[in-house]
Design a protein around this ligand. Structure first.
Ligand SMILES: [Zn+2]
Ligand SMILES: [Zn+2]
Length: 246
């Protein structure tokens, strides 16, 4: 009788303990919205965690440009910080959406906590599974705080004599994907005037804007050879300002 009681108590204890452990170890950024990035009300600082496959590190200029871009648009009184670490090659010839989600799960260390918001960027050593001979993806924003850059493709299409520099192409794709995380276009940050390119998802209809759909693929290469990094146009900036940004 006493033994039975002890066993029952042990079972209850284990179940309770097990549940508690599960709950405390459930990193989840699903509740984050673009306004959390743009406004300083809830989150005062942004930490961007970069996990790059060895040999596929972004240039320091790109990291600086990204911080400048974010600092210009986000209300983060405690600043925008960056952490970087290398990860081993996943040894894949291309990446699917679920591959990328899995890699983030394996390697991401920082999640939103207190007044610190976090985002994670993977720099990968192969392309996207939906690439074609003509059009290859340079990056994608696949979660509320999650970006993947197909850095092998970026490096194949930049740095050559007839190509944009690494810095220009990397910065263009990183800033473009952050634009999606910030809710552009009509993707969590509402439009003040209609400027969505309806044939191409959550993109801007202005072909010189950072959020034009071609900025995401190798289709943009020829337009970047001049050396200028595309910027947000006035419509996109107005949307961000109306959702807590600056
Ligand atoms: Zn895009
Ligand atoms: Zn725009």
């Amino acid at each position: 009788m006493n033994y039975l009681r002890i066993i029952i108590l042990l079972v209850i204890f284990n179940v309770t303990f097990g549940c508690k452990k599960d709950n405390s170890f459930k990193p989840n950024s699903g509740y984050i919205e673009p306004i959390d990035f743009l406004s300083g009300k809830k989150y005062k600082m942004l930490v961007v965690e970069i996990s790059y496959v060895q040999g596929y590190m972004p240039t320091q200029e790109t990291v600086n440009n990204m911080v400048t871009f974010l600092s210009a648009r986000l209300n983060k009184p405690k600043g925008v910080k960056v952490t970087m670490k290398s990860i081993p090659s996943p040894r894949k010839s291309s990446f699917s959406h679920s591959d990328v989600v899995y890699l983030e799960k394996m390697h991401r260390k920082h999640f939103p906590l207190g007044d610190i918001l976090t985002a994670h960027i993977l720099f990968l050593d192969a392309g996207y599974i939906q690439d074609t001979d003509n059009t290859k993806y340079l990056g994608m924003a696949y979660g509320k705080t999650s970006i993947a850059i197909f850095q092998k493709t970026v490096s194949d299409y930049s740095g050559g004599i007839t190509q944009p520099t690494n810095e220009v192409l990397e910065t263009t794709i990183v800033n473009h994907e952050f634009g999606h995380v910030l809710g552009l276009v009509n993707n969590g940050t509402s439009m003040q005037t209609n400027h969505q390119d309806n044939d191409h998802g959550h993109h801007c209809d202005n072909d010189t804007c950072l959020m034009y759909y071609k900025m995401e693929t190798t289709d943009i290469i020829d337009n970047l050879v001049g050396g200028n990094i595309p910027e947000l146009d006035q419509n996109c900036i107005t949307d961000l300002r109306n959702n807590g940004g600056k």
